[in-house]
Design a protein around this ligand. Structure first.
Ligand code: CMP
Length: 140
């Protein structure tokens, strides 16, 4: 089925100047960008996004990393978009990410891991609405 998923190009990848290389991978895999913006998250916006991890030991570092520089948030649309994006990203920990995945090629550590992608249909719906109003998403 055609799905939508939320993608974030994280501060490390923006700083490395590889936004375009990452978006190209999505496009080459048949995913279309239907919404996009660059923003600098603050503690409240990043903390709310990752609310499910609030009790985890890495939460504080995660929020401080995600607010360390601008990010690019996008809605990707396509057949099987949620799983396809996760496949393109590779494992959360770049040391475990398969060769040729975004994290294997661009990420340094489990914190600075280049990209985020929704992990389920329910997360995708919540995460897209967290960053985009309905009229900011462009049907194609
Ligand atoms: P992301 O997919 O954005 O979701 C939560 C983020 O927390 C994850 O990517 C990692 O960058 C970060 N993180 C740091 N430590 C861990 C950990 N032990 N397990 C999962 N995520 C972690």
């Amino acid at each position: 089925a055609v799905e939508r998923t939320l993608s974030i190009v994280k501060p490390d990848a923006v700083a490395k100047n590889v936004i375009g290389e990452i978006v190209t991978r999505f496009e080459k895999a048949g995913l279309q960008v239907v919404a996009a913006k660059m923003i600098k998250l603050d503690d409240e916006k990043a903390g709310g996004f990752y609310a499910e991890h609030k009790e985890r030991p890495f939460f504080k570092d995660l929020v401080s990393f995600m607010t360390s520089g601008p990010v690019v948030v996008q809605v990707l649309e396509g057949e099987n978009a949620i799983a396809k994006n996760r496949e393109l990203m590779g494992a959360t920990n770049p040391k475990e990410a398969a060769a040729g995945t975004i994290r294997a090629d661009f990420a340094e550590s489990i914190d600075a891991n280049a990209v985020h992608g929704s992990d389920s249909a329910a997360s995708a719906e919540r995460e897209i609405a967290y960053f985009f109003a309905a009229d900011e998403i462009c049907a194609r």
